[in-house]
Ligand binder design. Structure first.
Ligand code: M6P
Ligand code: ZN
Length: 220
């Protein structure tokens, strides 16, 4: 402990968080490595959120697939339905439903609004309600909207470096409130599953809307 303490203090002084300048010059060694040398391995680039490897899966959600999620249906209809709102890449090293495993992935949400409502993910509860999740923000600005089973809804501010523990039983949705893409990493149990049905049917208890030049969480 006595030996470790000075090291810890010096690490804190130097700051383990990269500055903007460091970010520009940093090259992700994992992405430079040749896939052939580790074909079974997944590689990631921390700062762009890109993943690659045989087991990496991806999905994109368009505006057209989000009908009913945004409160201003007229504004949504007037927009290009093929516009991609967000992209997810993730790896499933064990089968869906496996107890004790973990999945890992990144999500990139484009900036924009449908009327006065910021671009956001669909949002979900976990099918196994007691399963939690971690989100860690890499770039951009956002709000993590959290709703408990009584529909009590709150929001955490997301910014580069913000880490969010989402407890079991809490529905979660991410909203991009900035002018640039919002990027975060996520880690969730392989037996959590996604329950989208209750969000489709009832939504969240509050929405993040543009008011007086910025985002405000407003009861739905
Ligand atoms: C995070 C994780 C994923 C989720 C994704 C998009 O990466 O929570 O499990 O799929 O965000 O969120 P949603 O499924 O609500 O569209
Ligand atoms: Zn989840």
């Amino acid at each position: 402990m006595n030996i470790l303490l000075p090291l810890w203090l010096s690490m804190e002084t130097v700051s383990t968080f990269a500055t903007e300048a460091q970010r520009v010059h940093w090259k992700a060694p994992a992405m430079i490595a040749h896939e052939e040398s580790a074909p079974h391995q997944t590689q990631l680039d921390w700062l762009t959120g890109l993943m690659r490897g045989a087991s990496v899966q991806q999905a994109a959600k368009t505006l057209g697939e989000m009908a009913g999620m945004f409160h201003d249906a007229d504004s949504l209809r007037a927009m290009d339905q093929s516009t991609v709102l967000y992209r997810v890449q993730w790896t499933e090293p064990v089968a869906q439903g496996t107890e004790g495993g973990l999945f890992w992935g990144s999500t990139i949400i484009e900036p924009g609004r449908v009327g006065d409502e910021y671009f956001m993910t669909h949002g979900h509860f976990h099918l196994k309600r007691d399963r939690g999740e971690y989100y860690g923000t890499i770039g951009g600005k956002g709000m993590l909207v959290l709703m408990d089973q009584d529909r009590v809804t709150t929001a955490d501010v997301m910014f580069p470096g913000s880490l969010h523990f989402i407890a079991g039983g809490i529905a979660h949705r991410v909203v991009n409130t900035g002018d640039e893409p919002l990027l975060f990493w996520a880690c969730w149990p392989s037996d959590a599953g996604h329950d989208y049905g209750s969000i489709k049917a009832e939504g969240f208890g509050a929405r993040v809307l543009y008011r007086n030049g910025g985002p405000v969480l407003i009861p739905a």
